[in-house]
Design a protein around this ligand. Structure first.
Ligand code: HEC
Length: 624
């Protein structure tokens, strides 16, 4: 009898569970069936995303740039990518609806593989040729950005004859910012989708590709074997992974994550020395700070040395020695964490003589501030010990909350001025004396003495400065004259009394004496957004007689090194016919600089950040 009751009860509960399950399925099923109209989605976008993406936050691409992204990439940005915090409280349906609503890309176009433009002869291992070579960012370990090899055929006399030869377009990209790396007849570059390309330098046809997991921003670095032939490619991605790829097999050798912070990223180009690979670590945590409930901030910049054979970490040194701890509350009652920040955006400069590397740091994200933000820091190549620090702007605490139009709860008191180093320090020998030359977003250029703990030898304020420079990505020098690109766009609290001086400036290396300056007039179309300007934010490149300055407004110029007169100009704000059949259009020049070898010049165009004009091309010019 008892047994019968038990069975009845069991059946009863089973039916209850089934009924509940059915009911639950009905609800969830119905929810996913509910159609989110375009109007709802637009309202949702305006409320949750538009505050930044309609031009409200520096650094955020405009809607016109988001439209160029395939829906699945927009979705990934919200689920696991850089926007995961901004989209945290949205449902899966809302994220999907936003992605579909934003994207203008035909899903069939969004595939990564190369459809057109493959080289007829397939993979030829011509990258083993020993020359010409551009192995990384700075045209040498000292980051002088000066190319003067015997193969060079472009000079002040014939640079005016440069003509567009071929164009390669990155599929579904809105920015192109990976500086080309050259090994013999092969040009290596990478895209916003994280695709690594090995292109034929003469025609732009694609030899092979390799897919990384996330966007690649820094230049690819080449390792050479004992016969000086290219053997390996090293690079980093947006999610702070470093990769090693074998050039013969095009296979991954190893891949390692070099920082556990969820916002860690790598933008500065890696450097090789002896058996090690040196990696500068930065972060996107300033973005999270715009959320008043985010406990800002916990990231600390660092330098990492890896064993290049297998990626094993040899040493890691933080730019801030202390771990962050609670340092008060913001106006919304959220804990403030600090010290934080001092990220490394710059490439790494190697001083073989002193067995030292130099980098520049960015601002602190919160208070308390440290003595290592906005500084040039010298690390021992051997064990990562900090040898000296030269801070050229103290007390700079700043984060993304300081520029949003909504919650400024996380913006530190007395914030700014946001005077990072974005450009790597340059090591030169000037009349027998070594100097380090550093250009800062504040517009300050400083020469330091590497034999005297970075003591300041001379200093110049060039232009006014700005959040995209002043000096942003890179100066150039032949060890006699220092060429300083100045951007000076937008509002900047610092140096308001100094006139804006966008353009190219030249100084004597030994004593900082000004030689000439070519200040550019505003050439932006009327009513363009704030992302346009005649200044130079991108890195510049120097060859004997000619210095190349690609400007934010999409116009690139070649200047004569003796007096700064214009020798050649090219306007990239147009559509192109690409050798790989992808819809191609130029835009702002930013971040990476031109590369000149033989009779050719290569430069990327398009930079959908900071409301600058989007574009997706690698342009190849030549003189006949
Ligand atoms: C606090 C300002 C802010 C808010 C709010 C915001 N974004 Fe962003 N978003 C940014 C910035 C800044 C970047 C550029 C990040 C970078 O590339 O370093 C960005 C980048 C992106 C990208 C490009 C990612 C990539 O892979 O290049 C997408 C897509 C995007 N946001 C979508 C959204 C959507 C959808 C929302 C609303 C749910 C949103 N964002 C809300 C500031 C914001």
């Amino acid at each position: 009898m008892k047994k019968k009751i038990l069975i009845t009860l069991a059946i009863f509960f089973a039916l209850m569970i089934a009924a509940f399950g059915w009911f639950y399925w009905q609800i969830t099923h119905q929810t996913s069936e509910t159609i989110i109209s375009d109007l709802d989605t637009k309202t949702l976008f305006d409320a949750r995303c538009g505050i930044c993406h309609n031009g409200g936050a520096t650094g955020a691409p405009l809607v016109s740039a988001l439209k160029l992204m395939p829906a699945d990439r927009i979705l990934t940005a919200m689920t696991t990518g850089v926007m995961r915090n901004q989209a945290m409280t949205l449902t899966d349906e809302q994220k999907q609806a936003l992605a579909t609503y934003l994207s203008d890309v035909d899903p069939s176009e969004s595939k990564n593989e190369v459809v057109k433009g493959l080289c007829a002869d397939g993979v030829t291992i011509e990258e083993t040729a020993t020359s010409p070579k551009i192995d990384g960012w700075g045209m040498g370990q000292r980051n002088q950005r000066y190319y003067n090899e015997p193969d060079l055929k472009i000079n002040a006399t014939n640079v005016g004859d440069l003509e567009l030869d071929w164009v390669f377009a990155f599929p579904t990209a809105s920015r192109a910012r990976v500086q080309p790396t050259i090994a013999g007849n092969t040009l290596f570059t990478a895209s916003q989708l994280g695709t690594i390309y090995a292109l034929d330098r003469q025609t732009g046809c694609t030899r092979w590709t390799f897919q990384a997991d996330a966007e690649v921003r820094s230049a690819l670095v080449i390792e050479r074997d004992s016969t000086n032939k290219a053997s390996r490619l090293y690079f980093s991605d947006f999610n702070a992974f470093v990769y090693a790829v074998d050039l013969k097999t095009q296979k991954l050798l190893w891949k390692v994550k070099i920082d556990d912070h969820p916002n860690a990223t790598i933008t500065g180009t890696l450097s090789i020395f002896e058996d090690r690979l040196f990696v500068p670590v930065s972060s996107t945590e300033v973005l999270e700070s715009a959320d008043e409930k985010y406990a800002c901030c916990t990231f600390r910049g660092s330098m990492v040395a890896l064993n290049k054979a297998d990626g094993a970490m040899v040493w890691k040194t933080y730019t801030i020695a202390d771990e962050p701890s609670p340092a008060g509350e913001n106006s919304e009652g959220t804990t403030i964490m600090g010290p934080s920040g001092a990220p490394i955006w710059t490439g790494v400069t190697i001083d073989t003589l002193r067995r030292t590397l130099y980098i520049g740091t960015g601002e602190n994200y919160t208070r308390p501030v440290t003595l290592t933000s906005d500084a040039i820091i010298a690390f021992s190549l051997d064990d990562g010990a900090i040898k000296w620090v030269q801070q050229t702007m103290s007390g700079d605490a700043w984060n993304g909350a300081c520029v949003t139009l909504f919650s400024r709860a996380n913006c530190p008191e007395n914030n700014g001025p946001d005077a990072d180093y974005g450009a790597p320090p340059i090591l030169v020998n000037s009349n027998g004396k070594d100097l380090i030359l550093a250009g800062q977003k504040s517009g300050k250029v400083t020469a330091m003495d590497p034999d005297n703990n970075g003591a300041i030898v001379w200093q110049r304020q060039v232009g006014r400065g700005g959040t995209m420079g002043g000096v942003h990505w890179g100066m150039a020098t032949d060890e006699k004259i220092l060429y300083v690109p100045i951007n000076d766009r937008g509002l900047y609290d610092l140096n308001p009394e100094i006139p804006k001086s966008p353009g190219m400036h030249a100084f004597n290396v030994a004593d900082g004496k000004p030689l000439w300056a070519t200040i550019e007039e505003d050439r932006c179309p009327a009513l363009t957004l704030r992302g346009c300007g005649p200044g130079i934010s991108a890195a510049i490149t120097l060859t004997p007689g000619v210095v190349y300055g690609p400007a934010l407004d999409g116009i690139m110029k070649a200047y004569a090194t003796d007096d700064g007169r214009e020798l050649w100009a090219f306007d990239a704000r147009r559509d192109f016919e690409a050798v790989n059949g992808v819809k191609a259009f130029g835009g702002a020049f930013d971040s990476d600089g031109p590369v000149v070898v033989g009779n050719q010049l290569f430069v990327t165009s398009g930079y959908a950040k900071y409301a600058a004009k989007e574009g997706n091309v690698l342009l190849a010019f030549k003189v006949k």
